[in-house]
Design a protein around this ligand. Structure first.
Ligand code: ADP
Ligand code: TRP
Length: 341
């Protein structure tokens, strides 16, 4: 019996900021763990980021730092396909075709679009579509293309992206219904890697660590800045000698995710007992995170520097991605009558 083909897993990473500790625990680590089970595809969704980024240097620099971060943290370009979305023009051609079979109503119901309208409603803006660009509106179609053009089986994403993955399956179904079973072999499904929703890391202000709250601790901040950010994590004013509740502390929540189980247990006991201040916890947190990141920082800096091997890695990835995308697009072109059968 022929060996079964490994399933294909694909995930897109939007380069909208410097990757932070929360991204690592919630997305990067769980997603990289799948490389042993699936044929894995990762890409930088730079054209997705263009729906919100309006500064050319920002888009270029986030794209580079996100790519360098994933490689530094274990993405092996030799064992995975890794590319920039914008390097695969087939994606944009298919995007038009699939937008022609996608109901506008489906897009009207998309969470991100609805949330943008709700924000307008809340702030009393008369035109609910004010400030919403067509890129945001069409976002789910582009994402469906990302998924379908690579013959994806599974899409590891956060729960917030589940609707998009369902849309990809719906859109494939609409196409098949009209033009024949071009996408019937694989119906993509979302998978939610362990840890991705279970672990939400707090940021320096105690709320969820998020670029939108400007409370992040970037993974590859220089050592001095890392120390400063960790020192600045909110804490209450319980005096050093008094017992403390570790579970009410953002710094402790971070510590739990990066320190060894023994170190966490020991720190918990010391805080609960009294005599250990928040400052001491933050120092331990800094030492732990820094010891992990220090050796990686050098590799990251080398990769992110202009003219590094990153360019060749992404170019090679783009070739591989285009080789996969071309036959899928060709099948679609034939099915709709743009190319002869
Ligand atoms: P941000 O909120 O900083 O803009 P993104 O929305 O770009 O982050 O998230 C990218 C990935 O990182 C998603 O899979 C998301 O679930 C994960 N993630 C983001 N913030 C956190 C966090 N604080 N804790 C755990 N996972 C997170
Ligand atoms: N929309 C995803 C996010 O905001 C990024 C993304 C774009 C993606 N295309 C994708 C994720 C395809 C998985 C598959 O995080």
């Amino acid at each position: 019996m022929a060996a079964q083909q490994p399933k294909v897993s694909l995930t897109g990473i939007k380069p909208t900021g410097e990757p932070h500790l929360g991204n690592y625990i919630g997305a990067i680590r769980p997603s990289l763990e799948l490389t042993s089970t699936y044929e894995s595809i990762y890409f930088i969704a730079d054209y997705h980021a263009l729906t919100s980024i309006r500064d050319r240097r920002e888009l270029a620099s986030y794209t580079r730092s996100v790519a360098a971060t994933w490689i530094t943290l274990g993405l092996d370009p030799a064992r995975t396909v890794f590319y920039r979305q914008s390097d695969v023009p087939e994606i944009f051609e298919l995007s038009w075709v699939l937008s022609c079979v996608t109901g506008k109503g489906l897009m009207n119901r998309a969470h991100a679009y609805k949330a943008a309208r709700d924000r307008n409603a809340e702030s009393g803006v008369a035109d609910l579509d004010a400030g919403i660009n067509m890129g945001l509106f069409n976002y789910p179609i582009l994402m469906a293309v990302d998924i379908l053009i690579m013959n994806t089986d599974v899409v590891p994403v956060g729960q917030d992206q589940s609707q998009h993955v369902e849309y990809a399956a719906d859109i494939a179904g609409s196409f098949n219904h009209l033009f024949g079973d071009v996408f019937s072999l694989r119906i993509p499904e979302g998978i939610y890697p362990a840890g991705s929703s279970a672990r939400t890391l707090p940021g320096t202000d105690g709320r969820k660590m998020s670029k939108s709250y400007k409370n992040t601790i970037p993974l590859f901040a220089p050592e001095k800045q890392l120390r400063k950010l960790i020192r600045g994590i909110v804490s209450d004013s319980t005096p050093v000698e008094q017992p403390k509740d570790p579970d009410a502390s953002a710094a402790f929540a971070l510590f739990e995710n990066f320190a060894t189980p023994e170190a966490v247990k020991d720190m918990r006991a010391r805080l609960e007992q009294g005599g250990t201040g928040w400052g001491e916890l933050k120092n331990a947190l800094f030492e732990t995170v820094n010891a992990w990141l220090s050796p990686l920082r050098e590799q990251y800096e080398a990769l992110v520097a202009p003219g590094s091997e990153l360019d060749a890695i992404l170019d090679a990835g783009a070739e591989q991605a285009r080789d996969r995308a071309r036959p899928v697009l060709q099948g679609v072109r034939r099915a709709v009558g743009i190319s002869p059968l």
